[in-house]
Design a protein around this ligand. Structure first.
Ligand code: UDX
Length: 435
């Protein structure tokens, strides 16, 4: 099937390449000319494991193209997927300008019948706005559908090629039939395939992301209690996780959640509920506990180092999670800002995210490796659980440092390993080892 993907961010690019792999004829467009230029040259606009190989293979097979002219990209497509950004406005509400622009573009350039599919995370009701925008322009025969994306950064290629489940929503049977054809190989393979009405599909995405965020905040609130009650949050998470009704996933306490989905989706969902006259205060609390997770780590650094002026703090990992160069809403950078404001010198290491981190926080120094970052430091803080951080030789790290203080914001080390390397060790939600 001929498919057009509008937007080549994390969701759009991986989706386009996956559709090509499923055997469709895919053309991707982005309003950012620089991105189009990079992609046409075979370069990737961001780091995502396995993506470059997949894109190159599909381009070489002739199933995937990047087209800077939207008219050419959209012409002849049976389905157009809207994968543009929906960044938060200052008040947390999702900014849907790019969605409107994409709908306008489809209306102007579509030829024949087209199914317009929202893949960007949007508040429920957006599809109706998309339809109204297209009707106003009045050019194309179209139906709308929603097909929310559940890709995780760092595992996006795997998630797109082998999804846990697929969710599609539309109020028009024809549109659902087109989507069934698009996902035919996945359906045959037995991937759970859920069809709902349009609004429920839109709402389900926010419901999932907000719920997972709530699990993380629950674990972080527990960590605050464990620190006061002298208990161990990882032991409690294991007990909770052994109950299949709860599940162990997303109960890791630490610096909290970041990235471009959870923080903005929790906010947008709360705003959306408010707009409907429902006060979803639980989500405000999820956000507050998430902020508190960084503040608690900052307080632990202060407790360990006393005055922070002229102290050197090494941050191990800067991206919001491992296997990505994404630093948007990264807890490590929130922590960096708090430390810099308190007068500390901050030096970070990250296997992929250093350029992005430096762009966001120019006062941050960066080092090429963990031991370079730790050189002369009074404190090292684990912010992101990259393999390159997990596999650090703790004796070598301690030897490089001015003071043997290790703050573990992701609980990647054991108290025994940290203590035997000679560290004063401060995990999260667990008893510190200070000998
Ligand atoms: C998330 C959803 O998982 C995905 O389904 C959705 O489509 C997009 O948003 P992503 O943002 O890539 O994906 O990251 P995810 O792996 O879910 O982690 C989000 C954040 O939560 C990270 O900052 C991570 O460090 C943090 N986290 C996760 C915790 O702090 N504790 C946990 O137990 C799990």
């Amino acid at each position: 099937m001929q498919i057009c993907v509008l937007g080549t961010g994390h969701v759009g690019l991986v989706t386009a390449a996956a559709f090509a792999r499923f055997g469709h004829d895919v053309c991707a467009y982005d309003a950012d000319a620089r991105k189009m230029d990079l992609l046409q040259r075979g370069d990737m606009p961001f780091y995502e494991p396995g993506m470059e190989e997949l894109v190159h293979a599909e381009v070489a097979a002739g199933r995937l193209r990047f087209e800077p002219d939207p008219a050419v990209a959209i012409r002849g497509a049976e389905a157009v997927f809207i994968c543009v950004g929906t960044p938060p406005r200052a008040d947390g509400e999702a900014n849907l300008r790019a969605v409107e622009a994409a709908a306008t573009m489809v209306a102007e350039h579509a030829t024949g019948d087209v199914v317009v599919v929202e893949k960007s995370t949007v508040p429920a009701g957006t599809a109706e706005r998309v339809a109204a925008t297209m009707e106003r322009i009045g050019n194309a025969r179209f139906r709308v559908a929603s097909n929310p994306e559940f890709l995780r950064e760092g595992k996006a290629v795997q998630d797109a090629l082998h999804p846990d489940r697929l969710l599609v929503g539309s109020d028009v049977p024809d549109a659902l039939a087109v989507l069934r054809r698009i996902y035919a190989t996945q359906i045959e393979r037995g991937v759970p395939y859920i069809e709902t009405d349009l609004r429920s599909a839109e709402l389900a995405k926010h419901a999932c992301n907000a719920f997972l965020s709530m699990k993380i905040s629950y674990a972080n609130a527990l960590a605050r209690i464990c620190e006061r009650a002298d208990a161990d949050v990882t032991a409690i998470a294991d007990v909770m996780g052994s109950d299949p009704r709860i599940g162990r996933a997303f109960l890791d306490a630490g610096l909290g959640f970041g990235g471009y989905c959870f923080p903005k989706d929790v906010q947008a969902f709360e705003r959306f509920a408010k707009g409907l006259g429902y006060d979803f205060g639980l989500l405000r609390e999820v956000e507050r506990i998430n902020e508190e997770a960084v503040e608690a780590t900052f307080a632990r650094i202060k407790e360990a180092c006393w005055n922070l002026e002229s102290k050197r703090v090494a941050l191990l990992g800067l991206s919001f999670k491992p296997d990505t160069d994404d630093v948007r809403f990264a807890p490590a950078l929130k922590l960096a800002r708090l430390l810099l404001d308190a007068g500390a010198e901050v030096i970070g290491f990250d296997p992929q995210a250093e350029p992005n981190a430096k762009r966001e926080v120019p006062e941050l120094n960066v080092a090429p490796g963990p031991y370079d970052a730790a050189e002369g430091a009074h404190c090292a803080v684990v912010c992101t659980e990259w393999d390159q951080v997990r596999s650090i030789d703790l004796v070598r790290l301690r030897t490089a440092m001015a003071e043997p203080v290790l703050i573990d914001g992701r609980n990647v080390f054991t108290p025994e390993a940290a203590a035997s390397a000679g560290f004063r060790y401060y995990p999260t939600g667990r008893r510190p080892t200070l000998a």
